[in-house]
Ligand binder design. Structure first.
Ligand code: NAD
Length: 471
């Protein structure tokens, strides 16, 4: 059993008085790790360390910061194999994809972010007036469990490069890679206090961090409900907040598009990390005439997916992280079926060959043009809905018909036609005919998917503020 006893504060792993949390392996349900939760006193100590480290760190050269991060990236790279195994054990990400999805994506940020920051550093000149971009101060970063290293790095790396100091409260459910990141930054020579980690619950450690008077800005990734609470708390203190929240992202297939390619790609994006991906394409919208064909393509693909032990290299789909996550998703699925949705593949029954573990079969539900709770509510599970539409206007209305607006996709025979429709989708990023996300493109939401942006030069602005020197 792994034990995570300490918090990383002021350059040291420090013992703590908080209570223990037992984590279970999602594939076996067996106890797998113990995490000692950081207390309010730990948060206070971490913020004090970050505050004390700020004056010296904020005036280091950009090259010095980038060089420490490059060294840390090399240290993490050397552990890529064991990190991938930790994601399989903690979250259930199959080992066949864990390195690419969870490790390489994070390490790439360490190499890409210096390019983004360079675009925002240096002074602007307005006649004789100088406008400087300066670090925002002490930043609280609060991250979820589904891509723990990558989503934490999306905040920590640009914040450090911008000259801010950081207290990270990662999810208490996935600690291993965060311990590795703290160790790597420390070994790379990051001065003490610049980066601190407190494992703890959201209600205790998280809220203390958000409301702490010495925290200048909050960067949060997680659920919409918690995002709303954080915005309220931070609003009372007039702190700057970035919120990367949930999604229910549509994939619109226009008449004449390559249907098999669109359906297969959408299903694959929906099922990634067992559906526990904020930007997952979870709603497939097809023309009436293509509904039956889309369902049968999706069913064939879903039924061919190998579900099982995440540590088996042949496995394509692992379990969801917890019994709670599984039960919530299955309740939503059952509700959809009770409301008249039809099961196209998978379903609420546990896969027969897996007697233990929080497994959900890759599931496709069809509902022609019905609008049910499952098409508006984040399931965070391997469940794709297929709906049909009569015309383009209806497709766009359906795509925009949830409170979310994180991402989306449009498929068409003609790229300009796809772009025309994509421009009408109210979401932070939209893929055209399956194109991958550009590493420098901003990522973030509209409406209940949050506000502010991560990645690229746009994301750096969340960690900088301006000072005008009028001469
Ligand atoms: P969550 O909102 O439950 O928790 C996220 C983090 O917030 C955790 O560290 C948690 O401990 C902390 N937290 C919880 N309550 C808090 C509070 N009251 N004050 C301060 N912090 C608090 O989310 P989760 O279950 O860890 O992750 C899944 C959710 O995250 C999904 O809704 C998913 O869509 C979303 N997500 C969004 C993005 C994005 O970039 N938009 C990326 C990944 C995940």
């Amino acid at each position: 059993m792994q034990v995570f006893e300490r918090q990383f504060i002021d350059g040291h792993w420090q013992s703590t008085q908080g209570r223990e949390l037992v984590l279970h392996n999602p594939a076996t349900e067996a106890p797998a790790a113990i995490v000692r939760l950081g207390s309010i006193a730990d948060v206070d100590a971490a913020v004090a360390a970050a505050r004390a480290a700020l004056p010296a760190w904020s005036v280091t050269s950009f090259q010095e910061r980038a060089s420490i991060l490059a060294t840390a990236a090399g240290i993490l790279q050397a552990q890529a194999g064991s990190l991938a195994e930790s994601f399989a054990a903690e979250i259930g990400t199959p080992i066949s994809v864990a390195k690419r999805l969870q490790v390489d994506t994070a390490i790439r940020l360490f190499h890409e972010a210096p390019r983004w920051v360079q675009a925002r550093t240096g002074d602007d000149h307005l006649d004789r007036t100088l406008v400087s971009h300066v670090p925002i101060g002490v930043v609280a970063c609060i991250a979820p469990w589904n891509y723990p290293l990558y989503l934490s790095a999306c905040k920590v790396v640009p914040a450090l490069l911008a000259g801010a100091t950081v207290v990270l409260k990662p999810s208490e459910l996935a600690p291993a890679s965060i311990v590795a990141m703290a160790d790597a930054l420390h070994r790379a020579g990051l001065p003490k206090g610049v980066f601190n980690v407190v494992f703890g619950t959201g209600v205790e450690a998280g809220e203390r961090l958000v409301t702490h008077p010495d925290v200048d800005a909050v960067s949060f990734t997680g659920s919409t409900g918690v995002g709303r609470r954080i915005a309220e708390l931070a609003g009372r203190e007039l702190k700057k907040v970035t919120l990367e929240l949930g999604g229910k992202s549509p994939s619109i297939v226009l008449a004449g598009a390559d249907l098999p390619r669109a359906v297969n790609s959408t299903l694959q994006k929906c099922l990634q990390n067992a559906g526990q991906t904020c930007a997952a394409l979870t709603r497939l919208l097809v023309p009436d005439a293509d509904y039956a064909a889309a369902c049968s393509i999706a069913a064939a693909a879903a039924n061919a997916i190998r579900v099982g032990d995440p540590l088996d290299v042949a496995t394509e789909l692992g379990p969801v992280i917890s019994a709670k996550q599984r039960d919530q998703a299955l309740a939503l699925l059952q509700q959809a079926m009770d409301e008249g949705a039809s099961l196209v593949a998978g379903g609420p029954d546990r896969p027969a060959h897996l007697p233990r573990g929080y497994f959900i079969a890759p599931t496709v539900v069809g509902m022609q043009d019905r609008d049910l709770a499952i098409t508006r509510t984040e399931a965070f599970a391997p469940i794709l809905t297929v709906q049909s539409y009569r015309d383009e206007e209806e497709a766009i209305a359906m795509a925009n018909g949830t409170p979310f607006g994180l991402s989306g996709a449009v498929w068409a025979a003609d790229e300009s036609e796809a772009l025309r429709v994509a421009r009408r989708i109210r979401a932070g990023s939209v893929s055209i005919n399956g194109a991958a996300t550009h590493p420098d493109a901003p990522f973030g939401g509209f409406r209940h998917s949050g506000f502010g942006r991560e990645r690229g030069a746009y994301g750096i602005d969340e960690f900088l503020t301006t000072q005008a020197f009028n001469r």
